[in-house]
Write a protein that binds this ligand. Structure first.
Ligand code: SF4
Length: 386
């Protein structure tokens, strides 16, 4: 890893993204951007350089939040929304707390201060000693926090020892999110994920053996039309061997600022339709076996948010949902696809809601949406969602 650059404290910082499940967490930025940054499908940090924030800056951020929480609690009795602007400015000036840190503290206080998320893309890339210092500071300042989570690359965890992972768990890191994306080595290589199926399995098992909750992200559509079945079967096989706490679905979208966009436009990548992705998911769910994972479909890009449940007991229910979509007449599929992308439908049966259906039918008519152009419209919509 590069030597940390010497830099002045720029004030309290937060990175651009967090998992949907961390919506109520305090975000503490310990690195900036992604140290890998080569995945062909990923737009998030393209054009941004990776850097490690100096430890003392991260600790200062945590102290700012701790001091803000004391102020909110002791001086304002938790009634933060009643503070007038003049009082707030004076307090921030007197205490030297950044406005950004104070706002984050207010939001976190209101959400119950139960969880912390370490940003950005791969905090585990830091030496374990440094991570332990951050975790110790967090647990010292906020002893009631129940969950500390981070994103991590499987390749990074593959290089850490089980003992290091256990140490991190003992010091408070109790959930990790890994982008499996695929269990197919062909897909992983084409997408420049920088990790193999075997390394994914070893890293995932290490997290679980350390007693840390694990979310593995599976990306429907990532193999395109040609490797669809291999992607589903190999991914299910990898996940069967890991048995992660959560399997999270996050459907592929292809924004223009990704290398994959060029591959798609030049014909090297054949993007799946919504219906093909549902068939892929059916194959994936059918091949998941012998696990006790919870499946979550908690991303706006997913066509079927209701495709959730606990294995093994909900496997049949999930297969029924997928078969229900596959069995719909074309016009009903179209209505659901459009309504879902408009944010009106969260499950298949909602398309029968008379008022919502009328809105969707009006939009379909007004914009001339049909089974011939729905995929283009969805592509435009999904790349805007990122
Ligand atoms: S490791 Fe994650 S954040 Fe980095 S490029 Fe790949 S998908 Fe994007």
């Amino acid at each position: 890893m590069n030597k940390e650059p010497e830099e002045a404290y720029r004030g309290f910082e937060q990175g651009p993204i967090r998992p949907p499940s961390e919506a109520f967490s305090l975000l503490i930025r310990i690195t900036r951007n992604c140290p890998w940054n080569r995945c062909a499908f990923c737009p998030v940090y393209k054009g941004s350089h990776f850097s490690v924030r100096p430890l003392e800056h991260v600790l200062k951020d945590i102290e700012q939040i701790a001091r803000s929480i004391s102020l909110i609690h002791l001086r304002f009795g938790g009634e933060v929304y009643a503070i007038d602007e003049m009082t707030l400015n004076r307090v921030l000036q007197d205490t030297g707390i950044d406005l950004q840190a104070f706002i984050c503290a207010v939001n976190w206080y209101s959400a119950g201060m139960r969880s912390v998320f370490l940003q950005d893309a791969n905090s585990l890339v830091l030496p374990t000693e440094k991570l332990l210092s951050v975790l110790n500071k967090l647990t010292q300042c906020f002893p009631a926090v129940q969950r500390i989570t981070s994103y991590a690359r499987a390749q990074t965890i593959y290089k850490k020892s089980l003992e290091e992972m256990k140490q991190l768990r003992e010091h408070g890191l109790n959930r990790i999110h890994i982008g499996l994306e695929s269990g197919s080595d062909k897909v992983l290589k084409f997408m420049k994920k920088g990790v193999t199926k075997e390394q994914h399995i070893e890293a995932g098992q290490k997290v679980m053996n350390a007693g840390i909750e694990l979310s593995e992200y599976y990306m429907p559509g990532l193999a395109g039309k040609e490797l669809l079945e291999e992607h589903a079967i190999e991914s299910a096989d990898a996940l069967n061997k890991i048995n992660p706490t959560f399997i999270r679905l996050r459907t592929l979208a292809i924004p223009t600022n990704t290398p994959l966009y060029e591959e798609w436009k030049s014909g090297n990548f054949k993007k799946c339709t919504d219906e093909e992705i549902v068939h892929e998911l059916l194959c994936f769910i059918e091949h998941l076996d012998g696990i006790s994972s919870i499946i979550k479909s908690d991303h706006i890009l997913n066509l079927l948010p209701e495709l959730e449940g606990k294995f093994p007991e909900d496997k049949g229910k999930m297969i029924t949902i997928l078969n229900e979509f596959i069995g719909l007449p074309d016009q009903e599929k179209l209505i659901f696809q459009v309504g879902r992308r408009m944010g009106l439908f969260d499950n298949l049966s909602e398309r029968m809601d008379v008022k919502k259906r009328a809105v969707v039918e009006r939009v379909i008519k007004q914009y001339g949406i049909s089974n011939d152009n729905i995929e283009d419209i969805i592509n435009q919509f999904m790349s805007r969602m990122l």
